[in-house]
Design a protein around this ligand. Structure first.
Ligand code: F6P
Length: 363
C-alpha cells in the first residue's frame, strides 16, 4: 500500500484572528480531498526545534473556524537560526537550524505549511534554502507583508479598532473632549488608516506621514470654532512627529523583531491638551485587536488561503507564499516576501479620499 503523504503546519509570530480557520482549511482539504496525514507543530518554530508536535485528525480541526487564537500555540522568539538560549542571566542567540531541519526530516514531512508574518516568512525562506519544502500563508493584523495585497487578521483588527473608535466618539461628544485611540500596526499605518476612515477620525496619524503637533492642534481648534467641541484622533503605534522618533514600550531581546512600540497616544494627547487647553484622554486598543473571533471576511480569506496552500503543495511550488492580488489568489517566492515590509504609500487612494472629507494627517 502506498505511504500516505504527510504535511506539517505551524503558526509563528503574533497571533491574529483567523489562524484556526486557516489550520482548518489546510487540514480538511489535505485529509478529505487528498487522504494526507497532518501534523500540528506546536508553538511555531519552537516546536520544530524542540520536537513538539501532535497529529491533527479531522475532529481536531472541526469546529474551530470561528475560534480566536491558534490551537497550535505560537512564538515570536524561536528563530532556529538565532535561537535564544539562557545561560544564567546571559542570553545567547545560537544557530540550531540543523536540529530543526533534522526534526522535520525525522517527521518525514512532505511539506511544511508555515502561517505567519514577515519574521516567520524570513525563517521559512531560510529553511527552504536549506532544503525544507515550505509553503507560506500570510498572517498579520498589521497587513504589512510584501507580495500580497492583504493578510488575514487585518480585517478583524480593523473591525475591533473601529468599534473602539465608535465607542469613544460618543463619550468625546458628551464631555467635549479630545479622545485619542492608539492602534497597533508596527511601522505601517494600515490599521490606523482603515479604522480611522471607518470610524470617522478627524485626525489620523500614521508612521508614513510624520506629523506636526502645531497642525494637529490647529485642526482641533478649528473644529471647536465650527461648533464641534470634540475631536477624535486615531494614532498608529508607529507614528512619530516630524524630526522626532517613535515611542518604544519595551525591547524583547529574544524576538525576531525586538522592538515593541506603544505610548505615542499619550505623547500626542499631552501635546494637544497643552496646546489647545482642551481636556484630552487616550485609549490604547492593544491586544484587543488580536483576540477573538475573525470577521466573516477573514474567515472567507482564511479558507481561500488555506485551501490554495494545499494546491501549492500538490504542484510542488515550495519556497512560495500564497498571496492575494486584486480578487485572485496567486503565489510569490518567499525570498521576495523576506525582503522587508509593505507600508502605506503616500499616493494610496484612501489617503486622498480621507483628505477630501476633511481628515487631517498632521502634515
Ligand atoms: O505584529 C503584530 C503586532 O500585534 C503588532 O501590531 C504589535 O506591534 C506587536 O505585534 C505586539 O507584539 P507583542 O504581542 O509581542 O506585544
Amino acid at each position: 500500500m502506498a505511504k500516505k503523504r504527510r504535511i506539517g503546519i505551524l503558526t509563528g509570530g503574533g497571533d491574529a484572528p483567523g489562524i484556526n480557520a486557516v489550520i482548518r482549511a489546510v487540514a480538511k482539504k489535505a485529509i478529505l480531498d487528498h487522504d494526507m496525514e497532518v501534523i500540528g507543530i506546536e508553538d511555531g518554530y519552537d516546536g520544530l526545534v524542540r520536537n513538539k508536535w501532535r497529529r491533527l485528525d479531522y475532529n481536531d480541526v472541526s469546529g474551530i473556524l470561528t475560534q480566536g487564537g491558534t490551537i497550535l500555540g505560537t512564538s515570536n522568539a524561536a528563530n532556529p537560526y538565532q535561537y535564544p538560549v539562557k545561560t544564567g542571566k546571559r542570553l545567547e542567540l545560537r544557530d540550531v537550524s540543523a536540529v530543526a531541519i533534522g526534526n522535520a526530516k525525522k517527521l518525514r514531512l512532505d511539506a511544511l505549511v508555515s502561517i505567519g508574518g514577515d519574521g516567520t516568512m524570513h525563517i521559512s525562506n531560510s529553511l527552504f534554502r536549506d532544503g525544507v519544502p515550505v509553503v507560506g500563508i500570510p498572517k498579520t493584523i498589521d497587513n504589512d507583508l510584501l507580495g500580497t495585497d492583504i493578510t488575514f487578521g487585518f480585517d478583524s483588527a480593523v473591525y475591533v479598532a473601529t468599534e473602539g473608535i465608535d465607542r469613544v466618539h460618543t463619550t468625546a461628544q458628551s464631555h467635549h473632549r479630545v479622545m485619542i485611540v492608539e492602534v497597533m500596526g508596527r511601522n505601517a499605518g494600515w490599521i490606523a488608516l482603515h479604522s480611522g476612515v471607518a470610524g470617522g477620525g478627524d485626525i489620523i496619524l500614521i508612521p508614513e506621514i510624520p506629523y506636526d503637533p502645531e497642525i494637529v492642534a490647529a485642526k482641533v481648534r478649528d473644529r471647536n470654532r465650527r461648533g464641534k467641541r470634540f475631536s477624535i484622533v486615531v494614532v498608529a503605534e508607529g507614528a512619530r512627529p516630524k524630526g522626532g522618533d517613535v515611542v518604544i514600550r519595551r525591547i524583547v531581546k529574544e524576538s525576531t523583531d525586538p522592538v515593541r512600540l506603544g505610548g505615542i497616544g499619550f505623547v500626542v494627547g499631552a501635546q494637544i491638551e497643552e496646546m489647545t487647553g482642551i481636556e484630552t484622554r487616550t485609549v490604547v486598543m492593544g491586544h484587543l485587536q488580536r483576540g477573538g473571533s475573525p470577521t466573516p471576511f477573514d474567515r472567507v480569506l482564511a479558507t481561500r488561503l488555506g485551501t490554495k496552500a494545499v494546491d501549492l503543495i500538490l504542484n510542488r511550488r515550495f519556497g512560495c507564499m500564497v498571496a492575494v492580488k486584486g480578487n485572485t489568489l496567486t503565489s510569490v517566492p518567499l525570498r521576495e516576501v523576506a525582503k522587508g515590509t509593505r507600508r502605506v504609500q503616500l499616493n494610496d487612494p484612501l489617503i486622498a479620499a480621507a483628505r477630501s472629507v476633511g481628515t487631517c494627517f498632521g502634515d
